[in-house]
Unconditional design. Sequence first.
Length: 318
Amino acid sequence: MPELTETREPPSDWPEQFFRFLSNEKDASVYTQRNYRQALNEFTKWHRETHESPVRWGELERNDFRLFLRKLGRRELSQAAIRLRFSALNSFYKFLMRRGLVESSPVKDVTLPKPAKRLPQFLTIDQMTALLDAPLQELSAKRGTKKKVSEVPYLRDRAILETIYSCGLRIGEMCEMLAGEIEPDDLVVNVHGKGKKERQVPIGRVAVGAIHQYWERLAKPPAVDEPVFFATEKERKKISPRLVQLRLKKYLTACGLDPTLTPHKLRHSYATHMLDAGADLRSVQEMLGHANLTSTQVYTHVTTERIKRAYDEAHPRA
């Protein structure tokens, strides 16, 4: 075990050291960094208000975190939201232990609510097809008015939807994609996933064609080190996840689908449709970039549940 520091009084910059570690060494996603920062700030604020004193991370005990857990429970937060906050605190203490700043983690043995078993939401193939067609239908409707309309945003949106569904990408992976990472001849994309992990994912001809059609309408196609998808025609910076979410909401509404569905549900749809069509679980795991097979197995439950419903509805002696 690393040698402990001479004083148990923690310096005030321990959280900032942790955040720098997440960014520079762990290469955590911007969402993880944001969520972990919010979680530690929330605990700090609660501790200050409850105990009327600043947090001394090296002196906290398990009971402190049990009290915090009760506070979260009274706010009627979801089990997932509570577990996310404690995941951040647990990771923080693991960091402190590796640095030799604390000897043990007071968070370790706090009993958390069990996560609810929820099957992933997904779109049917017909719903997915309608969604993929929505940007060009929107463009066609705009052309029928007297207003001048640029086709570039709609071609970009179509290419984005085709790419997410074709490759099963996380929204962050799609936004970070560079033009040089697409190999159109081999129909593969080099993806930078969580924790600096890289993987090659097949991409369909339809998605590649949609990307090239979008590029052809730009004043200048992206260089190999530029993003595949730009935020605007004039600003050659990568599109943000927030903008993708807003555009998706618009198209979901146009299709009569639930506008609260997130881009991640397209990834769920990809996995579910692949398994429905006979793809083996291990291959889908590799394409999704899941570290553990159990993360992928949840999609088999989706297909099994649907098969059971079909049986119950159709079989005369079900």
